[in-house]
Ligand binder design. Structure first.
Ligand SMILES: Nc1ncnc2c1ncn2[C@@H]1O[C@H](COP(=O)(O)OP(=O)(O)OP(=O)(O)O)[C@@H](O)[C@H]1O
Length: 337
């Protein structure tokens, strides 16, 4: 659905200096996916996502949307593109002098293809979808942050886009409201088959709803792939830091604590339905191995349950135990032999 082919973006500053915000990047996003791009402030996330709808023109490379090269579109072509690619923003960008219904109607009015009655009907449908029909005649400043973002979502969906871009869409919201907006995005993705690209600086947002993720660091994609793979087995230091933050773990502190524990230390990652199987206890019983749990977590990455724990092993036939555990599809990593 979206292909960025060797895109680059270099800004020219007023003093004539240049700054490369996005280094040569190739990304492919499939139809119907929720694709997250995570990075720190200044990593180039906004620039990268704005290259998709050509709010920023790439300095090099090509952007292909649904099979069409859109890189060199003229103004009319860009208007058509933006009807196929909706966008929502961190600070909602609503028109404060217009009602909720008029904000949602705005893209329909400028596209000029529907009658007043058709627009009214469509607006009410959209407000129903985001749970705001009762608020149709209110003004944005009478709404909460979460409601404002729902208006933003309804407005972005007005022209029936195939793609929804979300630029830090939950960053201005409290955790509970974030949750409900993410649920709404997941529902829209499921029910309308919309492809969603979201950028965030929070791994938790990725963990809740993304199928795939790309980690951006100083304009470069340093790691990308299936969200569960990247989250459970982060390779790059930047990714590892994001994961540790969301799990509230400091790897250095944790390793310092392990120094006080005797024996072999391993990390086990259970994924999918095996998460709920009593694998560990069964194997420990049959091999005479003892273990103590130093840390552990059972949770979900989107729809995949997982468990990850760090264990200290003692006694019994540990090699046989670890072999048997691995045969159940559990990934075993030795942290200290
Ligand atoms: N129009 C511009 N001219 C010059 N430099 C720019 C321009 N827009 C962005 N930059 C610079 O490009 C870099 C990447 O910016 P971008 O907004 O894409 O990052 P980001 O990851 O979205 O960060 P944030 O979350 O803080 O917005 C930053 O260093 C920024 O200062």
């Amino acid at each position: 659905m979206i292909e960025l082919i060797e895109v680059e973006k270099t800004y020219t500053r007023p003093d004539g200096g240049t700054f490369q915000a996005v280094a040569r990047t190739t990304l492919s996003i499939e139809d119907g996916e929720i694709y997250g791009i995570i990075g720190r402030s200044g990593a180039g996330k906004s620039t990268l996502v704005r290259l998709i709808n050509l709010l920023e023109r790439p300095t090099a490379g090509r952007v292909v949307i649904d099979g069409e090269d859109v890189t060199a579109l003229d103004a009319a072509g860009l208007r058509r593109l933006r009807q196929r690619v909706g966008m929502i923003f961190q600070h909602f960008n609503l028109l404060s002098s217009k009602t909720v219904a008029d904000n949602v109607a705005f893209p329909l009015k400028i596209s000029g293809t529907r009658s007043r009655d058709e627009i009214r009907k469509r607006v009410l449908e959209l407000l129903d979808r985001v749970g705001l029909r009762e608020q149709a005649d209110k003004y944005p400043n009478q709404l909460s942050g979460g409601q404002k973002q729902r208006v933003g979502i309804a407005r972005a969906l007005a022209t029936d886009p195939k793609i929804l871009l979300c630029d830090e869409a939950t960053s201005a919201l409290d955790p509970e409201t974030t949750q409900s907006v993410l649920q709404l995005l997941a529902e829209i993705n499921r029910e309308l088959g919309l492809t969603i690209v979201l950028i965030t600086h929070e791994m938790d947002v990725i963990r809740r709803i993304c199928d795939k993720v790309a980690v951006l660091d100083r304009g470069q994609v340093v790691e990308s792939g299936n969200a569960a793979d990247v989250f459970l087995h982060p390779q790059h230091t930047t990714t590892r830091r994001f994961v540790q933050e969301t799990e509230h773990v400091d790897e250095n502190e944790q390793y310092a604590d392990f120094a006080q524990v005797p024996g072999r230390i391993v990390r086990m990652t259970f994924r999918g339905e095996s998460t709920y199987d009593p694998v560990l206890v069964q194997v420990a019983r049959s091999t005479g191995m003892d273990f103590s749990i130093l840390s552990g977590r059972i949770d979900r990455i989107k729809d995949t349950p997982y468990g990850q724990m760090i264990l200290a092993l003692s006694g019994g036939d540990q090699d046989a135990a670890l072999r048997q555990i691995a045969e159940f599809g559990v990934i075993v990593e030795e942290l200290r032999a």
